[in-house]
Design a protein around this ligand. Sequence first.
Ligand code: IPT
Length: 271
Amino acid sequence: YTLGLATTELALHAPSQIASAMKTRANQLGFNVVISMIDNLSLAACRTAVNELMSQRVDGVLINVPLSNDDAAAIAQLCGNLPALFLDVDPQADVFKILFDPHCGAQQGVEHLLALGHQQIAVLTGPLESISARLRYEGWLSTLATRDITPCAIQHGDWSAASGYQQALLLLSQPVRPTAILVANDQMALGVLRAVHEFGLRVPEQISVIGYDDTEDSAFFFPPLTTIKQDFRLLGHESINRLVDHLHRHGDHQQSSLLLPTSLVERHTTA
Ligand code: IPT
C-alpha cells in the first residue's frame, strides 16, 4: 500500500513534525507515504495536490491543509471512493477527520492567564484564511467573554516567527500595554519573545507569553515557553492507524473520526 499526504507548508514546524510522525508510523506498518505540498492556501492548490497524489495511484490520502466545511466537502468529493482523512477542518465538518479540539486548547490558554489574574490580554492570531487559526481566535474571544473581557489589542500573523516579531512590535506600541499575550502558535511566540526583550520588558515578571503547539524546540526558548500542547506524534500515529484500519475494513468512515484533547504545559513565560 501507498498513502498520500497533501500538506501545507512543510517549512512550518507543526506540519513537518506531523509528516515525520506519519512516516514513522507508516513505515512500522509497512506502508509507504508520498507527499505533495501546497504552496498557497487555496482550494485550487489543494485540488492540485490531491490530483497529483491520485495520479500516483495512492490507496488513501491524508489531508493536512486548512479547509472550510465547503472546501473539505469539495475535496472529499474529488477523492470519490478513495479514503481521505482530514487533519485541519472544523470539528463540525462532515468528513472523516482527526483533530485536536481547538476550543479546548483556546480555553486552556485563556483560563491559565485568567487564573494568574491577567485582565489586559493581547492576542496574536494565525492567518485568518486558516480554519484552525479562526477557531482558536473564536475560542479565545468566547472564553474571555465569559468574564466580560475583550482583548486589549489584536493582531494577525502568518504562523512564522518573523510575523510574531513584527506583530508583537505593534501590540507593544499601543497606549495600553498588555500584561499577557496569547499567541496562536509557538513559532510566532518565539518572535514575540524577541520583541518583548527588545522593549526591555522582563518575561514573565512584566509580561506573560503563552504559545500553542509545544513543538520540539519550545522547551528551549528563553525563557522556556508555556504553551498548549498538541501531541503531534500521537496525531501522526493515530491518523495512520485510522486510515489503514479504514482501508482494511472498507467500513463506515464517520465512526472512526476522532477529536484529541490538548493540554497546558506550564514552563517559565507566564506568571
Ligand atoms: C497548526 C499549527 O498549530 C500551527 O502552528 C501551524 O503550523 C499550522 O498548523 C499550519 O497549518 S496544526 C494543524 C494540524 C491545525
